[in-house]
Design a protein around this ligand. Structure first.
Ligand code: ADP
Ligand code: MG
Length: 407
């Protein structure tokens, strides 16, 4: 008997639900596409390109729309002999300075075997090498810097590159910079001179609503999933969940993919809403775990205090009472306690991470106070805590209390 065996009854092309797939059609972004095309029009007309800045939360189609439009642009300008267009794209996720971005760009433009090392040069030397490569290309070059917010305030390249021609660093080549950011605050923290040039044209991609996500899912499911394998209401459910949470197409597609995997694992040949429900809780658990991985010990203990109160059916719970619970947990784990104010700030961070939700109570003369409760399923939270904290005795006790309270 084989140990491994093909299951595949649900997916036609599972990769089409993955990170690297480039859809052939873009749904629901007509307005953004129109504006984007307008910003790119000078390329077609043979003028110097605009610099474009794109922003919006993750999963709202910034990368997909850019790939799609630049692909079309490259095809369509072939009709004009006097337009010579090159596109250089770089994802900056793992790069945290202009220096590193410039090195990567140089290496992308150089033939294999001719790369420069990523350390040891003065920054201006690397920039000059980049100008050399760009100059050698000639014509119009669009430089796409995706997830450019990861360079933080080391943004000199964003200042230099758009001015390269004015400053005499480029002669035969006209560069247009397309910067993409998941974080709008990145724009605000840029040097005002960088803002002026980079954000010449600004495009905002809003979150998707449920009907939009449904259309995106439907067109993707046609490629990715076997015809009869999508149960009734499944796409609607994925769309509704993602719309309620993030408005991200990525999240909606992840839900569908995981639901399909769960279905296949159970030898079902159709994805049902129940599979989506389980996919949701698994993804949520991953998100909590990820959020908790970065928490400090006290952040975790503050969260565990809420988990413990939840087990006793005592949430929403006020900061003061949570603080008592927290102190008790610190005692039993031999950790020194922080002040109530610091614990409150941890609670508010947990709220930002979407792990807790808070309610503001106005109590007249005694001022306002907050009560907190879990914003994720109890089971997800306690499982994640068990992995993160070595507090088996405590988490076991909490579990026992929870089961007595039928949680
Ligand atoms: P962002 O770059 O904004 O984080 P992506 O462009 O990576 O988001 O989109 C996330 C996923 O959703 C990708 O798989 C992408 O193909 C898909 N997607 C997003 N928007 C659309 C759309 N309007 N039409 C079709 N697919 C889309
Ligand atoms: Mg992207």
């Amino acid at each position: 008997m084989h140990r491994f065996e093909r299951k595949g009854t649900v997916f036609r092309n599972k990769d089409a639900l993955g990170e690297s797939y480039r859809p052939e059609t873009i749904e629901e972004r007509d307005e953004e596409i129109e504006e984007y095309m307008e910003a790119l029009q000078p390329v077609v007309d043979g003028w110097e390109p605009n610099n474009v800045f794109l922003y919006g939360n993750t999963g709202v189609g910034k990368t997909a729309v850019t790939d799609y439009l630049l692909g079309r642009l490259q095809e369509d300008v072939e009709a004009y002999d006097d337009v010579d267009l090159s596109v250089v794209s770089l994802n900056c996720k793992t790069l945290n300075s202009s220096y590193q971005v410039a090195v990567e760009l140089v290496n992308e433009l150089r033939p294999v075997g001719n790369e420069i090392s990523s350390t040891g040069y003065p920054q201006q030397t690397v920039f000059n090498k980049l100008y050399q490569e760009l100059e050698a290309l000639g014509g119009t070059v669009l430089v796409v810097l995706d997830e450019v917010d990861s360079i933080g305030d080391r943004d000199e390249l964003l200042y230099e590159l758009p001015r390269a021609r004015a400053n005499g660093n480029l002669e035969d080549t006209a560069v247009g910079l397309i910067g993409i950011s998941n974080d709008f605050t990145f724009r605000e923290q840029l040097d005002p001179r960088v803002q002026d040039t980079l954000c010449e044209r600004e495009l905002q991609f809003p979150p998707y609503d449920a009907p939009e996500l449904e259309n995106i899912l439907r067109s993707r499911a046609e490629v990715a999933v076997v015809d009869d394998a999508v149960g009734s209401g499944v796409l609607e459910f994925c769309a509704a969940l993602a719309a309620r949470d993030s408005g991200s197409a990525r999240q909606a597609l992840d839900l569908l993919r995981l639901a399909g995997e769960i279905a296949e694992n159970e030898d079902c040949d159709r994805i049902e809403q129940d599979h989506v429900e389980r996919a949701r809780s698994r993804l949520e658990q991953e998100r909590v775990q990820e959020g908790m991985r970065d928490l400090t010990t006290h952040g975790r203990l503050a969260l565990l205090a809420v988990v413990s109160k939840a087990a006793k059916q005592e949430t929403p719970c006020r900061t003061r009472e949570l603080y008592e619970e927290y102190t008790a947990l610190c005692d039993s784990s031999g950790v020194d306690t922080l002040s109530q104010r610091s614990v409150h700030s941890h609670l508010s961070d947990l709220r930002m991470l979407g792990i807790l939700s808070a309610e503001e109570n106005r109590s007249g003369s005694r001022g306002n106070y907050y009560s907190y409760e879990l914003d994720v399923p109890f089971e997800s939270a306690i499982e994640a805590m068990e992995d993160a904290l070595r507090l088996d005795a405590e988490t076991n006790a909490i579990r026992e209390i929870a089961s007595m309270n039928e949680r």
